[in-house]
Design a protein around this ligand. Structure first.
Ligand SMILES: [Zn+2]
Length: 108
């Protein structure tokens, strides 16, 4: 059974043909929309790259069960979910909530 514990193992996985193909399948299944935005009633789709500009929205195909801990689910379509960058960060715990207003109403 393959393991995806180290950065090198993960990189290799994310460059594999099997993953690239499955990722496409997941995007197609999810209609190229962030599934969390969809739950919130919004639509976030991959933006079209404009010449000379950076792509604004890049969708990620996320493993619901991370491959480090669930290598068996690395190539299972049901374990994949299309997320926008924002929601991907939320899921990874890099953002906990949307930014609050600057003022502090405890101190008045
Ligand atoms: Zn989203």
């Amino acid at each position: 059974m393959a393991e995806y514990k180290t950065e090198a193992q993960k990189k290799k996985f994310y460059r594999s043909k099997a993953w690239i193909q499955l990722r496409e399948d997941a995007l197609e299944r999810d209609n190229y929309e962030c599934q969390w935005c969809k739950k919130e009633g919004g639509v976030t789709v991959d933006s079209v790259k404009q010449p000379g500009k950076r792509k604004e929205i890049v969708l990620n195909v996320d493993h619901k069960y991370p491959i480090e801990n669930y290598p068996r689910l690395a190539l299972v379509l049901d374990n994949l979910e299309t997320l926008c960058v924002y929601h991907h960060n939320v899921k990874e715990g890099r953002i906990f909530k949307r930014k609050k207003p600057k003022w502090d109403d405890e101190r008045w």
